[in-house]
Design a protein around this ligand. Structure first.
Ligand SMILES: C[S@@+](CC[C@H](N)C(=O)[O-])C[C@H]1O[C@@H](n2cnc3c(N)ncnc32)[C@H](O)[C@@H]1O
Length: 186
């Protein structure tokens, strides 16, 4: 699908680029492993909705060997993420089999179907959450949503808050919130 300039600009205003700090990503993935069944080198899949410079999916793919897909609307950030991946290819310690698990795609998160994903990462703003229902509702039962910094307060009818972790950086406190998609009623 072709994304118009106005649409991209509007998306970036509604949800600007802000990055999850590296140490918060590490702790979040550790929590997924210890509490939510993330298994290294398994067939599980993770997606980052609005993946910025790709840091979450690059970390997940390299360190956990699961298929990790980032969707990002901003072409410059997609380029940056792909360049980062290319650089990693030159470092011998990163095996190609792990790099192949990292996919960065240019696209609009509002058009996605999440049915194939076990772990769904999002760093969004409370102001845009009400527009996410049609996307979130496509996730399978038991899928785990991870929301960085802001709780997903408007989704209680189908997302159950199971856990949260506190990140402390200098004087700042942030949380990652872990939700489980409830059983779907037929
Ligand atoms: C707060 S940043 C989070 C970046 C990354 N996930 C992280 O945690 O480091 C949100 C990202 O979503 C992207 N974005 C905004 N609207 C989008 C849309 N409609 N589709 C895909 N990405 C979008 C922005 O360009 C930005 O990079």
């Amino acid at each position: 699908m072709k994304l118009g300039k106005d649409y991209i600009m509007h998306s970036e205003l509604a949800l600007p680029y802000l990055e999850t700090p590296e140490d918060h990503i590490i702790k979040t993935l550790e929590t997924l492993q210890t509490k939510f069944g993330l298994k290294k080198d398994s067939k599980q899949k993770l997606i980052d909705l609005g993946s910025g410079d790709g840091r979450v999916v690059i970390y997940a793919g390299l360190n956990y060997g699961i298929l990790s897909i980032g969707y990002e609307i901003n072409p410059d950030l997609v380029k940056e993420a792909l360049e980062h991946k290319e650089l990693l290819k030159k470092e011998k310690k990163y095996k190609n089999k792990y790099l192949r698990k990292i996919k960065i795609k240019r696209g609009d998160l509002f058009t996605l179907n999440l049915k194939n994903y076990d772990f769904i990462y999002i760093y969004s703003l409370p102001t845009m959450q009400s527009f996410l229902h049609h996307v979130f509702k496509t996730a399978k039962s038991e899928a785990i949503f991870i929301s960085y910094k802001y709780p997903l307060d408007q989704f209680e009818t189908y997302l159950k808050l199971e856990y949260k972790i506190k990140h402390q950086t200098d004087n700042q406190e942030n949380y990652s919130y872990f939700y489980r998609m409830m059983e779907k009623k037929l």
